[in-house]
Design a protein around this ligand. Structure first.
Ligand code: GTP
Ligand code: MG
Length: 378
């Protein structure tokens, strides 16, 4: 039986093919504004306070990932419902010079970071005499990276000797030992793995050791309310420092957190008046999502427009499986059009009539922003 499954007609529960929940850890010195950023992104209400180490336990929350492509398609289809994707965040205890050796909250911050799959480094630029701490984001970065590197060097030093001994009896461990030795050289030079030129293969071999700097990284410079308009200039020293190894975003966390509490209209008015557009928070959510290797495809119809998450590099059947396992099992082909083309044509039926829907098979690698309809047979 051939079934034509029209996603515009049906709303299915989101069967996600993402394996264990992946999270991005928010890492930084005490009072950098980690918890404030966490709250602003997740709508949470964890403690934010001007004294150091106000966060002692890890907080977990979910941030919506606003997507203007989805909003535009939902308007085009006059969808009754719009479902955005999301990303999981962790607010971790503050880290300080000496943390890797147990200073401050030592192991608490380590445990929190180890559990995360990517890191968002919060660097403080805002000045506030009531909030203890310095306002030099490049200095923050240096302190943070040193602690992460020291913690990793410890793990690598311990394991390299053990694995060398084990490799004598088991030749298959040679690759792992070589990767540990390469990592040791990088770390001993004070460099985080994410800044190094370690090969993809070596980094894969290091996975079992859960090194803190073997994770993808994003940096958020927390700007003062009065600095928000000069973001590009203020983040430049951090951009120069990190080069290609991480994206850097400037956010006035407090300002945007306050704006986030307003009604949509009031918020838009305030952000426009300040010349901040949609603000930087949505960009942080999108960057975090991207950093975890997540990509988005879309479905649209009058019942619902929805953004779905898939793994970078996934093919059409796997993406069909994100919507429902039946769609993957019985996958025949997909009708696909990129979101902006569809928007320009004005509707799915117009795209079809114009012959602009591409028919793709099992080998098609879905592109971020593709709009899909799946034909399947179970
Ligand atoms: N002026 C100003 N203050 C901020 C900004 N962001 C955070 N703060 C203040 O800085 C203080 C520390 O913020 P938190 O979010 O608690 O900092 P944290 O990084 O979570 O700190 P710990 O949990 O102690 O490691 C609070 O009093 C915040 O209100 C900002 O952009 N501007
Ligand atoms: Mg905190």
């Amino acid at each position: 039986m051939l079934v034509f499954f029209d996603m515009r007609e049906l709303t299915l529960p989101g069967g996600s093919s993402l394996r264990p929940v992946e999270r991005i850890g928010i890492v930084g010195l005490p009072n950098a504004g980690k918890s404030a950023l966490f709250n602003a992104l997740t709508g949470g209400s964890v403690a934010v306070a001007p004294h150091r180490f106000s966060t002692t336990e890890t907080n977990v929350g979910i941030a919506q990932v606003p997507d203007h492509r989805l909003t535009a398609l939902a308007a085009m289809s006059q969808s009754k419902k719009t479902v955005h994707t999301s990303v999981e965040l962790m607010d971790v205890a503050g880290l300080t010079a000496g943390s890797s050796a147990g200073e401050g909250l030592g192991n608490r911050f380590l445990a929190g970071i180890r559990e995360s799959d990517a890191l968002c480094l919060v660097l403080r630029a805002f000045e506030d005499p009531n909030v203890v701490g310095d306002s030099d984001p490049v200095e923050d970065l240096a302190v943070l990276e040193l602690e992460l590197v020291l913690a990793d060097a410890d793990v690598v030093d311990t394991n390299v000797n053990r694995r060398r001994r084990a490799a004598k009896g088991d030749k298959s461990l040679a690759g792992e030992v070589a990767a540990l030795e390469e990592a040791q050289v990088v770390l001993q030079a004070g460099q985080p793995i994410y800044r190094s030129s370690l090969s993809v293969g070596a980094r894969a071999a290091l996975k079992p050791f859960s090194l803190l700097t073997d994770k993808p990284v994003l940096a958020v410079v927390n700007l003062g309310e009065d600095q928000a308009a000069d973001a590009a200039t203020l983040i430049k020293p951090v951009v120069d420092e990190l080069g290609d190894s991480a994206d850097v975003l400037g956010v006035s966390v407090q300002l945007e957190a306050e704006a986030a509490r307003l009604d949509a209209d009031e918020r838009e008015e305030l952000m426009e008046a300040l010349g901040l557009g949609e603000g930087a928070l949505p960009r942080v959510a999108r960057a975090a999502y991207h950093l975890l290797g997540r990509r988005t495809f879309l479905t649209t119809g009058d019942k619902e427009s929805r953004a779905w998450t898939y793994r970078a590099g996934a093919r059409a059947p796997e993406c069909a499986g994100v919507i429902h396992s039946d769609l993957q099992r019985g996958f025949i082909r997909a009708e696909i059009i990129h979101w902006d083309e569809l928007l320009e044509l004005g509707s799915w039926s117009a795209a079809k009539a114009a012959g602009r829907l591409r028919v793709e098979g099992k080998e098609y690698e879905v592109v971020d922003g593709d709009v899909l309809e799946i034909r399947f047979n179970v």
